[in-house]
Design a protein around this ligand. Structure first.
Ligand code: URA
Length: 209
């Protein structure tokens, strides 16, 4: 059964307070999104299985623990999710990276996939889907379903800021998926923005506003 993890580490919360500020520059915003992703990755990988083995130090044999079992894949939801990839790879440099692009069909309002490139062995990997903002949950639930259709059974969703509406949607549609967020904000406004949120994460990462 998946669980909701709200990460409240002081460093994470401090960095979050800076990215919320509308006066934070694109450069600083981008760097902080990456740093926050690294801190969240540290928490989200806490349950990775380890195996006991031995290494020879210069003076003795040490019994040590190494990561065992599944390999990882990071899958950003385009475009804002790209901002979290490098921060994740800082801690798990050998993870493979897939990409999923979704847009909302203006008639049906359903997410439609327009780009997808995933590692061939994705079904054997533990998948970390990343997107800084979990608003309605429409894209995230579609991305999770998409990854599940490839046979993946171990999926985690990592979003920096979430709205209660989006969390409910994911918990309802995918109760098996662990969700990691740094904040649960108040609500969505009529335009689908998270309140108080930080505005459009993609525009702020790429400086497109
Ligand atoms: N996506 C964003 O970038 N910001 C929001 O507030 C909601 C969705």
């Amino acid at each position: 059964m998946g669980a909701l993890h709200v990460l409240d580490h002081p460093l994470l919360q401090h960095k979050l307070s800076i990215i919320r500020d509308k006066n934070t520059s694109v450069k600083e915003f981008r760097e902080l999104i990456s740093e926050i992703a690294t801190l969240m990755c540290y928490e989200a990988t806490r349950d990775l299985p380890v195996e006991v083995c031995e290494v020879e130090t210069p003076v003795a044999v040490a019994t040590v623990k190494k990561i065992a079992g599944k390999k990882l894949a990071v899958v950003p939801i385009l475009r804002a999710g790209l901002g979290m990839v490098d921060g994740m790879l800082t801690l798990v440099p050998s993870a493979k990276v897939g990409h999923i692009g979704l847009y909302r069909d203006p008639d049906t309002l359903e997410p439609v996939e327009y780009y997808c490139k995933l590692p061939k062995d994705i079904s054997e990997r533990e998948v970390y889907i990343v997107d800084p903002m979990l608003a309605t949950g429409g894209s995230a639930t579609a991305a999770i379903q998409f990854i599940k259709n490839y046979g993946c059974q171990h999926i985690k969703l990592m979003c920096i800021i979430s709205a209660p509406e989006g969390l409910r949607r994911i918990q309802n549609d995918h109760p098996d998926v662990d969700i990691f967020v740094a904040s649960v904000d108040e609500k969505l406004n009529d335009h689908g923005y998270i309140i108080p949120g930080l505005g459009d994460a993609g525009d702020r990462i790429f400086g497109t506003k």
